[in-house]
Design a protein around this ligand. Structure first.
Ligand code: C2E
Ligand code: CA
Ligand code: CA
Length: 271
């Protein structure tokens, strides 16, 4: 008995059961155009509300889900929720996009291509309304990955490299991948206007992205000084607490409506 209950309670089965019971939900963090501070899209960030009401953050369960092979199931949940939420966002702004995070296993599975097809179908969104993000670790997995990646991009979905600078990507590797957007990791944005040695890395990353004709999104922007610096260097997009924290879909829709009717309304209402 004890053995059986231990198996039933093993982490993969707990995570699978959570997916089945709909315990995963999303918060959306706005992506802004730095020149105008206009919210042009949002990143979907998964959370887990356990039966007792406890909220588990993704940093805690995503690595476990990746390890035990449940991550593709969670990605499918995320995709379904985004597809259900997209119509209300598109009613406010037809150009708006939502980005979802993909793990290495998603980039090895043809199911991911199918997931985007289903999302496009059920939400009636256009490919420009959906984006995918994956870390360097996810991309560096050889031929299989690049085939899935190509298939996703052929659908018209924009692909971003996430947490750039924290892994081992080289310039040549970035060139060969065929990407649309480079996301500068928060740990580099934090060094802007400090005198630490790593503060010199940000301009290099920006120059490299420009030379590869990639769009750039800076993550974890918390101060006007950081935003000004990034804008002056030609970084087009940003995310961070300065503009908006992750929020429920209802709040995102409300604030978007307010922003579209009175553009002066921005992150202040969310802080
Ligand atoms: P990420 O993709 O780099 O997401 C950005 C994280 O930085 C989010 O944490 C967000 O809340 C946080 N953040 C954003 N702006 C700021 C800021 O200005 N200051 C600070 N201090 N933090 C900021 P979160 O939501 O806890 O997500 C953590 C990580 O979990 C994500 O990092 C991503 O790697 C992973 N993750 C989240 N959702 C998913 C998902 O649906 N699928 C997969 N595979 N991974 C996910
Ligand atoms: Ca991300
Ligand atoms: Ca990131």
């Amino acid at each position: 008995m004890k053995y059986i209950s231990r198996i039933q309670l093993s982490l993969p089965s707990v995570l699978r059961a959570a997916a089945k019971r709909g315990e995963f939900y999303l918060e959306y963090q706005p992506v802004v155009e730095l020149a105008t501070k206009r919210w042009i899209g949002a990143e979907a960030l998964v959370r887990w509300r356990r039966a007792g009401g406890e909220i588990v953050r993704p940093d805690t369960f995503i690595p476990i889900a990746e390890e035990c092979g449940v991550i593709t199931r969670i990605t499918a949940c995320v995709g379904e929720i985004v597809a259900a939420d997209l119509p209300s966002l598109l009613q406010i702004d037809q150009e708006f996009f939502v980005a979802i995070n993909l793990s290495a296993a998603d980039l090895r599975s043809a199911e991911t291509v199918e997931l985007f097809r289903r999302m496009l179908n059920s939400s009636k969104a256009q490919p420009k309304n959906i984006a995918a993000e994956a870390t360097e670790r996810g991309f560096l997995q050889g031929k299989e990955t690049s085939e899935i990646l190509d298939a996703i991009r052929k659908q018209g979905i924009v692909v971003a490299i996430d947490d750039f600078g924290t892994g081992y990507s080289s310039l040549s590797c970035l060139q060969s991948l065929g990407l649309d957007v480079l996301k500068i990791d928060k740990s580099f944005v934090e060094t802007i206007a400090t005198d630490g040695v790593t503060s010199q890395v940000v301009p290099h990353i920006i120059d490299m992205a420009h030379s590869l004709k990639l769009f750039i999104t800076a993550e974890g922007v918390e101060t006007e000084t950081q935003a000004d610096f990034l804008r002056s260097r030609g970084v087009q997009f940003a995310q961070g607490w300065l503009f908006g924290k992750p929020m429920p879909i209802e709040t995102l829709c409300e604030l978007l409506v307010a922003q579209r009717t009175s553009p002066a309304v921005s992150s202040e209402s969310n802080s």
